[in-house]
Design a protein around this ligand. Structure first.
Ligand SMILES: Nc1ncnc2c1ncn2[C@@H]1O[C@H](COP(=O)(O)OP(=O)(O)OP(=O)(O)O)[C@@H](O)[C@H]1O
Length: 579
């Protein structure tokens, strides 16, 4: 049901886009005219009367007659059947071969993937025109046969497209979750994978159809076609031979080819925009001053991070906005650890992302003020916000492994940002990277610098990310569930490390978490979030001991500290013996 709504939404966006509407209209008219050729043309495409050769337009023949006295309109319309039909054949064959093979190879990997990728690379390396000329010599000049060969030649483009996308999503947590929940591979592919490849494949269809039409016309123009069938390429060839006598004969097939391939390319562009939801103009970012409410005074605001009345909204496809954070006030002072707690979806991450200026596409700060180290960042242009990231405010993400690039060593991932942001030489940056790894207590730091992310543990990866966050000496650290992905013992080590860094460097820390244990352990103050609002804020001791807001009380009640302890686990045999 939801999918249906999305599909209608994409089509709606396509027809609302002027480019999409115009190209769809042109293609629909072309297909209609070609389908109705027997009704629109006054005679068949091969009916010739030499007496009327090169006649100009007349009542029954609005585009005139060609060199053999055949009706040009009729040949354009019937020729369109072969030209467009040939493109449909090529695309259909390419789809049937390329998409399932790409799905299977991308999802299953292994030997089939290796063999199919090798074959696809080989076919793509062949020059299409030369293969088509050779096929014509072997298989004959029938245009439909050549289009089948072309289908084989372009199938690898679908294969590689689909394989690449599927290989990317194969490792996504939601696909793993579907696997763990017992869904069959076929069902996972149908439900989770096809939807991801659908958009790019549709775009590729439009592009390949244009390519097939161009190649077919090129072959016919070179005189490689059968000559007996009317096609736009064959018409170009004949017109070219009589260019001195009647240049206008080049115009009609040239126009038909140009308009069709142009409409297909424009349709592909509009489809991409519609499927990626780019049709709607994103809401313009307002300047910082426009976002700050008039009554926000700077007197009572913390000097490191001070948020007042922050609201964040996402643009919906229908042009309206969904507000997900509704007027948040929050302060972090230098040397202070503030916990931002709340259940999933309460708006913690959106608040943190607003400070960092990394809200996802479609999300933007609609009102309020966010001051970081004295600078207003709400509505700040990306270029200026980027300068603050790393240097003034740094970020430690939730999932250490997925935040390290598997293709680069730990060393290069630490060194490059320092060279870029701090202007250090490679040697100095490498020395500093080593110091940083020592600072976060990584054993054998020299070796770790040379390792790739898959060669270190999750706990070590999180220490590396903390080292990276500290590399440019930030004043404020935003840590978003920094220990959630780690096991309990490693969690404690990472929390110890954060506490030590904060104490040694006077760092301000905004700790986003849903774990009240972590808050009790680490935070000086806590702000409790629910439904996009801060419902309670205060010193950690006070809030945990004497919560004022009913939501905070519920959150505390949900912690199972007072629950009766479970019986210790014993093996099954031991239990049955007792019984
Ligand atoms: N890209 C997005 N587009 C639209 N809405 C979004 C987007 N990202 C988040 N939201 C919405 O914003 C609200 C707050 O999300 P947020 O990620 O801040 O929650 P959270 O408290 O950090 O939860 P969690 O602990 O699960 O990360 C949610 O209702 C969510 O649906």
């Amino acid at each position: 049901m939801r999918e249906g709504v999305q599909r209608r939404g994409a089509f709606g966006r396509l027809v609302r886009n002027p480019l999409g509407a115009a190209s769809l209209l042109v293609l629909a008219l072309l297909v209609l005219a070609v389908a109705l050729a027997p009704l629109l043309a006054s005679q068949g495409p091969q009916a010739a009367s030499l007496a009327h050769a090169f006649d100009g337009p007349s009542g029954g023949h609005p585009l005139g007659m060609d060199s053999a006295g055949r009706d040009v309109l009729s040949r354009i319309l019937y020729g369109g059947r072969t030209t467009l039909g040939g493109a449909v054949v090529s695309v259909a064959i390419a789809l049937v071969l390329g998409v399932p093979a790409g799905l299977y190879a991308g999802y299953r990997a292994g030997r089939f993937d290796a063999a199919a990728s090798w074959t696809a690379d080989l076919v793509m390396a062949l020059p299409a025109m030369v293969v088509l000329l050779a096929s014509r010599a072997i298989l004959g000049s029938n245009v439909w046969v050549l289009m089948v060969v072309l289908g084989f030649l372009v199938a690898p483009s679908f294969f590689r497209l689909v394989r690449g996308i599927v290989a990317d999503v194969r490792g996504e947590p939601y696909v793993d979750a579907a696997r763990v929940s017992g869904l069959s591979d076929l069902r996972i592919v149908a439900r989770h994978v096809l939807i991801v490849v659908r958009g790019p494949v549709i775009i590729q269809v439009a592009l390949v159809a244009g390519l097939a039409i161009g190649l077919q016309a090129g072959l016919e123009f070179l005189g490689v076609g059968s000559g007996s069938t009317a096609t736009w390429g064959a018409m170009l060839n004949e017109a070219f031979q009589n260019i001195q006598r009647s240049p206008v004969l080049l115009l009609w097939p040239g126009l038909a080819l140009g308009v069709t391939t142009g409409a297909l390319v424009l349709l592909a562009t509009a489809l991409r925009d519609a499927l990626e939801d780019r049709a709607g103009t994103p809401p313009r970012r307002r300047r910082a001053d426009a976002l700050v409410p008039a009554d926000v005074s700077r007197d009572d605001r913390a000097e490191l991070l001070s948020i007042r009345g922050l609201a964040v909204a996402y643009a919906r496809p229908d042009g309206t906005e969904a507000e997900v954070v509704h007027g948040v006030d929050l302060d972090v002072r230098p040397g202070e650890i503030v916990g931002l707690v709340g259940e999933s979806g309460s708006g913690k991450t959106q608040t943190a992302f607003s400070v960092l200026g990394i809200l996802p596409d479609g999300g933007h700060v609609t009102r309020g003020s966010v001051i970081v180290a004295g600078q207003e960042v709400a509505g700040l242009p990306e270029r200026r916000h980027r300068r603050l990231r790393g240097t003034t405010v740094a970020y430690v993400p939730q999932e250490p492994m997925s935040n390290l690039d598997p293709a680069f060593t730990i060393g290069s991932q630490l060194v490059e940002p320092m060279r870029h942001v701090m202007g250090l030489s490679r040697k100095d940056a490498a020395a500093r990277a080593l110091d940083l790894l020592r600072m976060v207590e990584i054993p054998e730091p020299e070796q770790v610098l040379r390792r790739f992310p898959h060669q270190i543990s999750g706990g070590m990866a999180q220490r590396v990310l903390i080292a990276g966050a500290m590399s440019c000496d930030p004043a404020l650290l935003i840590a978003d569930e920094p220990t959630t992905a780690l096991d309990v013992r490693v969690q404690a080590d990472v929390l110890d490390l954060l506490r030590r860094l904060q104490a040694e460097r006077g760092l301000g820390v905004l700790l986003v978490t849903h774990n009240l244990g972590v808050v009790a352990d680490l935070c000086d103050r806590v702000a409790v979030m629910n439904g996009g609002r801060i419902v309670e804020t205060g010193p950690t001791d006070r809030v945990l001991r004497d919560p004022q807001d009913p939501y905070t009380r519920r959150l505390l009640d949900a912690v199972l500290d007072d629950a009766p302890p479970r019986a210790p686990w014993r093996p099954v045999e031991a239990r049955s013996e007792t019984a």
